[in-house]
Design a protein around this ligand. Structure first.
Ligand code: NAP
Ligand code: F7E
Length: 342
């Protein structure tokens, strides 16, 4: 007689993004049945997960994709009700800080309303569902580093303001309804799957193209800004660990090390024997109206409670990204055309 072993069901919003793609693989490896929410876009946005989706990474009955959009609360709630996930990882958001200055309303409305709809949907599952909210180190803004769970928020962009709201809303659902809802206050985390509009990937992509002769200069904004950059696959593990705890809580996740954008350039260009000062130009239009100047995470609570520790150094992270983007650039050169990445 065949006995059907029940597997845990997880729902990931933002499954087509950097973190969604790593979390999807992580949960599949743990044996979860994973449901992902993607939105309809005129050009396909599933490149990061196509190998999974096509059934090459896992059996197709282990992964399911659904259309949904952050501003369509009705369909989000209907999806949660239908899927009945034990864990929701809410990662979808307009996640680009600079863009949030240009599209403040869309950023805030989507980020905030999507989170409320999902929290409300989780609440209606009557304690059968745990909830992870992707909060952000950007919430600390100009609070001096190092920042931890007790540091005050001083958001410096529409994006950061929206994340403060979702953070508080998540805490409120925990306190008001006893929902197992946790906030991950993640500092910047990067990888070869990082979107090309974020500074690490913008730099490593340019390094690859400049090295093979396909690009001459790289325009950047504020070279003085300092960030705590970690390796994304390790950060999705922290999300999962938060939902495995008996009690829900909020955790800072970061490496505790901070570097400037200038140092990032020095290391990335240096990795292929180039001096960034010969290629990087500054463009005032890329400087933000207000900036979070220095962010550095003190993740000692996550270390003590979750047993989470960063493993990849900044130097190794930069090497991983430069190596991947050198390969991509070499492929572009061979094909004679730009390969649109993420
Ligand atoms: P990302 O690569 O920009 O991915 C964002 C995801 O959200 C994509 O799947 C995107 O879909 C989806 N999305 C955006 N707007 C949507 C909408 N209106 N409806 C449905 N889906 C929508 O971001 P990430 O780096 O993976 O980050 C994941 C989450 O963590 C985000 O909430 C981000 O704000 C937060 N966070 C990130 C970092 C970091 O350093 N990466 C640090 C702290 C917090 P498309 O693919 O269709 O665009
Ligand atoms: O900028 C400076 C820029 O866009 C980092 C998101 O995942 O992490 C990310 O937000 C720094 C900033 O990331 C350029 O001014 C200089 O100081 O890579 P970024 P971010 O703004 O820190 C947080 C934790 C999130 O939550 C967000 O979702 O680099 N910078 N020149 C530049 N940044 C960009 N993008 N482009 C430049 O040309």
């Amino acid at each position: 007689m065949l006995v059907k072993v029940s597997v845990k069901k997880a729902l990931i919003t933002g499954v087509t993004g950097q973190d969604g793609a790593y979390l999807l693989r992580f949960l599949l490896e743990k044996g979860y049945e994973v449901h992902g929410i993607r939105r309809r876009t005129s050009t396909l946005s599933t490149a990061r997960i196509d190998d999974v989706y096509a059934g090459r990474v896992c059996p197709q009955e282990q992964v399911f994709m659904h259309y949904g959009d952050l501003h369509d609360g009705v369909s989000l709630m209907e999806l949660v009700e239908r899927i009945q996930p034990e864990e929701i990882y809410h990662l979808a958001s307009q996640s680009h800080v600079q863009v949030s200055f240009e599209n403040p309303l869309a950023t805030v409305v989507d980020n905030v309303s999507g989170t409320i709809s999902l929290l409300e949907a989780a609440r209606r599952l009557n304690h059968r569902c745990r909830f992870y909210n992707a909060a952000s180190s950007e919430m600390f803004g100009i609070t001096p580093p190092p920042q931890n769970e007790r540091s005050p928020f001083h958001p410096r962009s529409p994006y950061a303001c929206s994340k403060v709201f979702t953070f508080n809303q998540t805490v409120n659902y925990r306190e008001a309804y006893g929902l197992h809802a946790s906030n991950g206050i993640l500092f910047n985390h990067e990888s070869p799957l990082r979107g090309e509009a974020f500074v690490t990937r913008k730099v490593t992509r340019a390094v690859g193209r400049i090295k093979v002769g396909l690009q001459r200069t790289l325009a950047l904004g504020n070279l003085e800004a300092r960030r705590d950059w970690g390796y994304a696959p390790e950060y999705v593990e922290a999300m999962w660990l938060m939902l495995q705890q008996v009690e829900p809580d909020d955790y800072v996740i970061g490496t505790g090390e901070m570097h400037s954008v200038g140092e990032l350039c020095e290391m990335a260009f240096g990795a292929v024997g180039l001096d960034y000062r010969d290629y990087v130009v500054t463009d005032p239009t890329l400087v933000r109206p207000s900036e979070a100047h220095a962010l550095c995470g003190d993740a000692s609570k996550a270390a003590a409670t979750l047993g989470w520790h960063p493993r990849t150094t900044f130097q190794r992270l930069v090497e991983i990204m430069v190596e991947a983007d050198l390969e991509l650039a070499a492929e572009e050169k061979k094909l004679g055309r730009l390969i649109s990445s993420y």
